[in-house]
Design a protein around this ligand. Structure first.
Ligand SMILES: Cc1cc2nc3c(=O)[nH]c(=O)nc-3n(C[C@H](O)[C@H](O)[C@H](O)COP(=O)(O)OP(=O)(O)OC[C@H]3O[C@@H](n4cnc5c(N)ncnc54)[C@H](O)[C@@H]3O)c2cc1C
Length: 401
């Protein structure tokens, strides 16, 4: 195992880190207190600078305008970008587009590549992924009510989805729908590309989450597909392969989240330590940093974040070397453990900031609201623990005494 990085990567990481500090983190004021239209304009301006620096879309394929970084290399970049909620969008690697790009790159036809993939990697359009349904358990997506029925040369899609993240303003959705209802459960659904201006694609609302409905990229839509007709040529991959492709998408997607969460954890940690050293708490001039309780929090978190980081880099290294399937255990383990470490870092940093921690004067409360969901999406903690635990125990089956 070797996490050593090349000189080129060291340069890239230095450039990304500096750009985050000087150009991205300063935009957070607009995110917390300004309006979306002004923020969008500022983000576009920052994106142009990233393109000029030739750092756009670090992990996307070179032939589509990205930098083609490996999973491990992208992990390090993504950690730096995760230090601000705006980092990934400024560099063109935000969810859900990043996962959609991977799946399109693997399965799109030439025509689909030109129509959907190329403008997506270039950042000219955005996309969304429409799988979860309000009336069905998202943790078991074989239970899906949305259907896509063939009619002439078309599919006609009917169903209700929610938490279709970033549908607001997206140019197209990758929709999971049942195409083969009589097939075995894991072969019933397919992925279909649906331009959002197709009649019958109805964005009902941005679902209000933790007090905010959000908008644009930072939103989670309820979408009703009603007689939504698209050509059969919009099928992505093969019919009935939807679940297999979703798993393929989710493996790297999960590690992308973990990498981003490492950035959140490290920035929260930095804010916490800076505050602990700054805050004088008695007339002898002692600060919070002089208190043993705080010192223990700092030491424990430092150890946890280091562990989370090494686990994530190891999973990335496994994916680079052996593929996402071989790294299943590593990915399941980091999905729940890094999510919890990140949430603990945010929560502890808020505690150290006292009342200031729950205001919107720092980025911490934004993360507290938005990142609680980390333990739910892309497989809830319990689901990953069950499947990892089951796989581990199976390996011991022959040793039962
Ligand atoms: C912020 C956010 C963004 C999202 N973005 C998208 C998106 O872009 N596209 C999309 O299609 N979906 C998206 N989702 C949906 C997400 O994938 C689902 O919420 C997730 O799969 C869980 O499904 P559910 O909400 O239906 O919960 P359920 O399946 O109803 O589960 C509820 C809870 O029950 C427990 N549980 C479930 N199964 C088991 C089990 N087998 N054993 C023990 N406990 C269990 C877990 O604690 C779980 O949290 C998003 C969700 C959130 C919160």
């Amino acid at each position: 195992m070797d996490f050593e990085i090349s000189e080129k990567m060291t340069t890239i990481l230095d450039m990304v880190g500096q750009f985050m500090d000087t150009e991205v983190i300063p935009l957070e004021g607009e995110l917390l207190h300004g309006d979306q239209a002004t923020l969008d304009q500022m983000v576009r301006h920052a994106q142009d600078k990233v393109r000029q620096m030739e750092l756009w879309a670090p992990n996307h394929p070179v032939d589509f305008g990205g930098l083609g970084l490996s999973m491990l290399e992208h992990g390090l970049v993504s950690e730096a970008l995760g230090r601000s909620p705006l980092g990934h969008i400024v560099f063109g690697v935000q969810a859900p587009d990043a996962g959609n790009i991977e799946i399109l790159h693997a399965h799109a036809t030439d025509d689909q590549r030109e129509r959907f993939l190329r403008p997506l990697v270039a950042g000219e359009i955005r996309s969304c992924f429409s799988m979860t349904e309000p009336e069905m358990p998202g943790s078991n997506p074989t239970m899906m009510a949305t259907t896509a029925v063939k009619d002439g040369d078309d599919y006609v899609i009917n169903g209700q989805k929610w938490f279709t993240s970033s549908a607001d303003g997206a140019a197209f959705a990758i929709v999971m729908a049942v195409t083969n209802p009589d097939a075995p459960p894991h072969q019933r659904a397919s992925m279909i590309l649906v331009p959002t201006d197709t009649p019958g694609f109805n964005l009902v609302r941005n679902v209000s989450m933790m007090g905010h409905p959000g908008s644009g990229h930072a939103s989670h839509a309820e979408v009703i597909y009603q007689g939504c007709r698209v050509p059969q040529a919009n099928l992505l991959g093969t019919e009935g392969a939807g679940f297999a492709m979703a798993q393929e998408r989710l493996g790297p997607g999960r590690i992308h989240h973990c990498m981003r969460w490492l950035g959140i954890a490290s920035r929260s940690f930095d804010l916490m330590c800076a505050r602990a050293n700054y805050r004088v708490i008695n007339e002898n001039g002692e600060t919070l940093a002089d208190q043993q309780a705080i010192q223990h929090w700092v030491a424990e978190l430092d150890a946890e974040i280091r562990g989370a980081r090494l686990q994530t880099l190891h999973a990335a290294w496994m994916i680079d070397r052996y593929g996402a399937k071989a790294a299943r255990d590593e990915i399941s383990a980091i999905k729940f453990s890094v999510a919890n470490t990140m949430l603990k870092a945010v929560d502890t940093a808020i505690q150290v900031h006292g009342a200031l921690g729950v205001t919107d004067d720092t980025i911490l409360s934004y993360w507290y609201r938005h990142e609680r969901a980390a333990r739910i999406y892309d497989g809830a903690d319990e689901v990953h623990k069950t499947s990892l635990g089951r796989r581990i125990l199976r390996r011991y089956a022959s040793q039962a005494v």
